[in-house]
Write a protein that binds this ligand. Structure first.
Ligand code: N01
Length: 492
């Protein structure tokens, strides 16, 4: 048993932020700047950083350019690469938290287990594994990509060698000279595969569906450029704006909807494949049979070359079972392995559903979401006053930087918190405003690329509904969500 670190406060907190990853830190900085408090951040892990603390697999890096994948109000002029590697992003988050004086406000090793709304006092009673906390408002900054998903394959526990997920990398296992199997070919796999291929005796990559891959053009950022960005911040801001609009265009380039431009984008990706993989048979295996954008479009210059190394095999047969000795495919072939790496993604919809939240009239969030999760602007849910989500339902992106979405949401939540400071005991979205919002995005989703693109992805829940992605441009979300329209809220 851990010693209780958070004594029940005599006075409730003004705001409790749950999670110290990108979104939680952004919220905490903005709350501090707006002098909202007392405030506390709780974080289940032993360090801050969220997904960038957890994903330490070799090759982990961001697939959004560094100057765009950072907070607009916490700029870093000296990113070392166009696409920052994981340790640099983690260091950025740490420096940012320290520079903004957040560390004393963050209780590490404190896991949120649930919360109950107290109508009489207009506060939330929060349960954590280190004691209860009472707060007027909760900002959930838990993200969706943190519960590793393992495939439901028979015999998974029978494997005698080391087996781990990309998000829980076991750095004590030396892969040098080993027979390594990687299951999955998503964003994590295409980053880790080239690194494993460099050291493994043999790498077998088990592919169920080939991804669409575009060139990455990663490169080191010259010292002279960093110096210029330091001297003239306007140049860095211009670069950020350039990158933003370049990515924003993708929303109209088939990344949210099948459009006339989808074919052009597919042509570019096919050209990249043809240039990188001369072997016809291998190329055929690597050619997707669904529309570009239906799954996350990946970028890499190293993945295709890695697959052509003599110590790498691409296996496209279905996996029948895991055995003590490795993997057996449906055609009966046994693939002997020393190590299995699960690059099989995350349980996204499940991690939201697991939140044990009891709102007004004893209604649980899981009940409110029995027909699929949904929230007004992805942020607030009717029946759950003073409860705000960052990176909630339908606010993920396939085409641009998620940091832009976080900053819009933080702005919205600040408006709501200002209403609480202005005298309201509670702020709650009106059910009709929530219903209108959800109708609007569901009708946009009906013909989206994720529904119509001929693939299955983690974007869809078990019923085939897309409850994860925003179906439009970031600018459209900005117009919709940046300011909290008080007419859509009930103040109590
Ligand atoms: O996970 P995924 P991920 N047998 O769900 C396969 C973010 N991210 O960790 O396509 C065989 O995309 C599955 O196959 P299929 C980013 O948002 C960002 O790679 O379903 N294969 C798929 O290939 C991303 O979208 C960065 O047929 C099985 C793979 O496992 C999200 O994280 C970097 C299987 C899972 O791919 C998740 O990416 C990394 C089975 N039974 C991740 N079950 C950045 O750079 C599953 N698969 C910002």
């Amino acid at each position: 048993m851990k010693a209780p670190a958070t004594e029940p406060a005599a006075e409730p907190l003004e705001v409790l932020i749950v999670g110290a990853g990108f979104s939680g830190l952004a919220m905490a900085i903005r709350c501090r700047q707006a002098r909202i408090g007392p405030m506390r951040v709780i974080e289940k892990a032993a360090d801050i950083g969220g997904t960038w603390r957890e994903n330490t697999y070799p090759g982990a890096a961001c697939d959004v350019p560094s100057h765009l994948y950072s907070l607009s109000f916490a700029p870093k002029p000296d990113w070392t690469r166009m696409y920052a590697p994981q340790p640099e992003i983690q260091a950025y988050l740490r420096e940012t938290a320290e520079r903004h004086g957040l560390m004393p406000l963050i209780k590490l090793g404190t896991a949120f287990s649930g919360a109950t709304w107290d109508e009489a006092r207009a506060v939330w009673h929060v349960e954590t594994d280190r004691g209860p906390i009472t707060t007027r408002a909760i900002v959930s900054a838990m993200g969706g990509l943190h519960h590793p998903a393992y495939p439901d394959l028979p015999g998974r526990d029978a494997f005698a060698g080391a087996a781990f997920h990309t998000a829980t990398w076991d750095h004590s296992v030396d892969l040098a000279g080993k027979r390594v199997g990687v299951i999955g070919t998503g964003a994590s796999a295409i980053q880790v595969v080239p690194e494993i291929a460099k050291v493994a005796g043999h790498l077998t990559l088990f592919q169920r569906t080939p991804p669409w891959i575009m060139p990455k053009h990663d490169h080191a950022i010259a010292d002279s450029t960093k110096a210029r960005y330091r001297r003239l911040p306007v140049l860095r801001r211009l670069e950020r704006a350039r990158l933003f609009w370049l990515h924003e265009l993708r929303a109209f380039f088939g990344f949210t909807k099948v459009s006339k431009l989808t074919k052009q984008a597919e042509g570019l990706a096919r050209h990249h494949l043809a240039k990188a993989v001369p072997d016809r048979a291998l190329r055929a295996k690597l050619t997707p049979n669904y529309r570009l954008g239906c799954k996350r479009v990946l970028i890499s210059d190293e993945y295709y070359p890695a697959l052509q190394r003599p110590n790498v095999t691409l296996e496209t047969g279905d996996i029948a079972r895991i055995t003590e000795a490795g993997v057996t495919t449906a055609d009966g072939r046994a693939h002997a392995l020393d190590v299995i790496v699960y690059a099989t993604g995350f349980d996204v919809t499940g991690s939201f559903a697991r939140m044990d939240l009891v709102g007004r009239d004893g209604r649980r969030l899981a009940e409110a979401w029995s027909d699929g999760m949904g929230a007004y602007q992805g942020i607030t849910v009717a029946g759950f006053p003073n409860y705000f989500m960052l990176l909630g339902p339908n606010t993920g992106l396939g085409h641009n930087s998620i940091i832009a979405m976080i900053e819009i949401q933080v702005r919205h939540v600040l408006d709501c918190l200002a209403a609480l400071r202005g005298g309201a005991r509670a702020i709650e979205v009106r059910p009709e405003a929530q219903a209108r919002f959800l109708d609007r995005i569901r009708s946009r989703l009906a013909d989206s690329i994720w529904q119509a693109g001929g693939c299955r992805s983690w974007y869809l829940d078990a019923q085939g509904r897309n409850t994860t992605l925003w179906p439009d441009s970031v600018m459209a979300y900005r117009r919709s969500a940046r300011r909290a329209r008080m007419a859509d809220y009930r103040l109590g």
